[in-house]
Write a new protein. Structure first.
Length: 539
């Protein structure tokens, strides 16, 4: 099951590390910082603070660390994440400064890029490699080759201006203003359009003429977002997910050996090695600004600084009436209701796509998208938001066992499906009464392109927004702790420093946004340390 190269003590118990001491003993100790929540950003924050000599206690309400980026065993011998499923935005500084590879972190790019089958029986594989991708487009829609190059060029220009390799990456530290970002883009009207204004439909129609080529990309502009690709600003989501620079491979996503939870488990190991204490199964009832926290069991843990890895709505509730009014109003205006469903499956064989038959083909090495028409995108988004289940969903498929057999038994394949749109709450019925129906819609949306589904499915788990909310603590089941459309990004995102004395945020709700990034935790740690130095100097 487990690769010999992965030597994480936290992974050995699937993140169920328990309490390192009695709650009373933890409360009796002196702490500089309490981190509320052991998601990957909270653990990264704790690691940086502990390495700087701070006495850090991480308190996790669940019995397992990792939050949305963890690992479970839904079926014997199979390890999958209830939420995060692939890695592409984890920041290089976090990887190298905390020596994640030295602790067992291994990442393999999904070399096949993006494979999309269509209703007419055709298909396209948009490889990560530009030369191979151009060959495919030349065969599939030669008239769109020039436009595709132009579309890739504007995305590359934005990434190079805002996130260059080495110095100048705007993700590091506080957010620049929109004016400062526009200055970095140096009058590039297309770059500004992509980043701030265009819908995803506007983007693809601007550069591509083949309807299938346009449909192939639309889902990339709404991943995890309660918006239609017709909505203004969704092209920015496409850029956000292509802005990574992992292992020197710009815009590439891939698989973490052992599963996505390994990111959090290794960060937990690093934090503990640096001296942080991590306690799972220790829920916080209240944050006491300037004083520390109170546990649900009644104990108070004293610390001058509290860093919340929880989403902003949970943090607001924990503040229990002690939040600054303007800050509270801002938190409440951020949309945080999710419309995505995560479906985990095991298969007896890989999907056999009728457009490209075979169960071990090059397209299995990338992500797979099952498309919707433009009308379906608009209509199905509207349906989900009034509590109706659409008849079909867009689905993004990842097949980890193609690259990593350590997460399943021999002969078993895993299929992670991230799909939308589904209602957060149903107008008729509930997730408990309609879960199987949702699972059938997701499977049917994929099976129409495959000859061996659902026959090859051996187990299936359906996790709607309320399940994500309950199991990993994300309000509304929103995977980014709130929308990442342009109106809620950059200097419009919540900052790590809050108006409440000694209270900070470090989760995906902070700049630079959502996904498994780790840089949010690093940024927050640096602000905490900076504030501590200011207080020390005043004394």
């Amino acid at each position: 099951m487990t690769s010999s190269r992965i030597r994480s003590p936290t992974a050995a118990v699937l993140g169920r590390i328990g309490l390192p001491d009695s709650v009373g003993a933890l409360a009796a100790r002196r702490w500089d910082v309490v981190v509320v929540g052991a998601g990957h950003n909270g653990l990264a924050c704790a690691a940086y603070l502990a390495r700087a000599g701070r006495r850090v206690l991480v308190l996790e309400a669940m019995q397992q660390v990792g939050g949305a980026c963890t690992l479970e065993e839904p079926w014997p011998g199979v390890r999958m994440s209830p939420c995060a499923y692939v890695c592409g935005l984890l920041h290089p500084l976090v990887i190298h400064e905390l020596d994640l590879p030295g602790h067992g972190f291994r990442w393999t790019p999904a070399s096949g890029g993006l494979f999309v089958p269509f209703e007419d029986g055709s298909s396209i594989q948009l490889w990560n490699d530009d030369e191979r991708c151009e060959e495919e487009i030349r065969r599939f829609a030669p008239q769109d080759l020039r436009g595709w190059r132009a579309m890739q060029s504007v995305k590359r220009r934005v990434r190079d201006a805002l996130r260059p390799e080495g110095e100048g990456d705007i993700w590091i530290g506080p957010s620049p203003s929109r004016e400062e970002i526009e200055h970095l883009l140096d009058g590039d009207a297309e770059a500004c359009g992509l980043l701030f204004e265009w819908s995803m439909v506007e983007l693809v129609e601007r550069y591509l003429s083949d309807e299938r080529m346009q449909l192939a990309y639309l889902g990339q502009g709404v991943i995890g977002t309660n918006a239609s690709p017709h909505d203004r600003g969704t092209a920015s989501i496409y850029y956000h997910h292509a802005s990574g620079r992992m292992e020197g491979q710009a815009g590439t996503w891939g698989y973490v050996e052992g599963g996505m939870g390994m990111v959090s488990f290794i960060l937990c190991d690093v934090a503990k090695e640096a001296g942080a204490v991590v306690a799972a199964g220790a829920p916080v009832a209240r944050i006491l600004p300037g004083e520390g926290v109170e546990l649900t069991s009644g104990e108070r843990i004293v610390a001058a600084q509290v860093v919340s890895n929880a989403d902003p709505r949970v943090t607001l509730a924990l503040l229990d009436g002690q939040a600054d009014e303007a800050w509270e109003a801002r938190v409440r205006e951020i949309p945080i209701e999710g419309v995505t469903v995560k479906v985990n499956m095991t298969l007896s064989e890989l999907p056999d796509f009728t457009a490209r038959p075979g169960t071990r083909e090059p397209h299995h090495t990338g992500q797979v998208n099952t498309p919707l028409t433009k009308d379906e995108w608009r209509g199905h988004h509207q349906m989900a938001n009034v509590g109706e289940l659409p008849p079909r969903v867009w689905a993004e498929l990842y097949l980890q066992t193609v690259f990593d057999t350590s997460i399943a038994l021999e002969g078993v394949h895993t299929l992670s499906v991230f799909a939308q749109y589904v209602p957060y709450r149903f107008r008729k019925g509930s997730w408990d009464t309609r879960r199987d129906e949702v699972g059938s819609v997701v499977v049917d949306s994929i099976a129409r392109f495959c000859s061996n589904l659902p026959r090859a499915i051996t187990a299936l788990e359906v996790l709607g927004p309320p399940d994500i909310e309950r199991r990993v603590g994300l309000t509304g089941g929103h995977i980014f702790q709130g929308e990442i459309l342009p109106d809620y990004m950059w200097d419009r995102r919540l900052t790590a420093r809050t108006p409440m004395p000694g209270v900070y945020l470090c989760g995906a709700c902070t700049y630079p946004g959502g996904s498994v990034m780790g840089i949010n935790g690093r940024n927050a740690a640096n602000i905490v340390l900076s504030d501590t130095e200011k207080v020390t100097r005043r004394k």
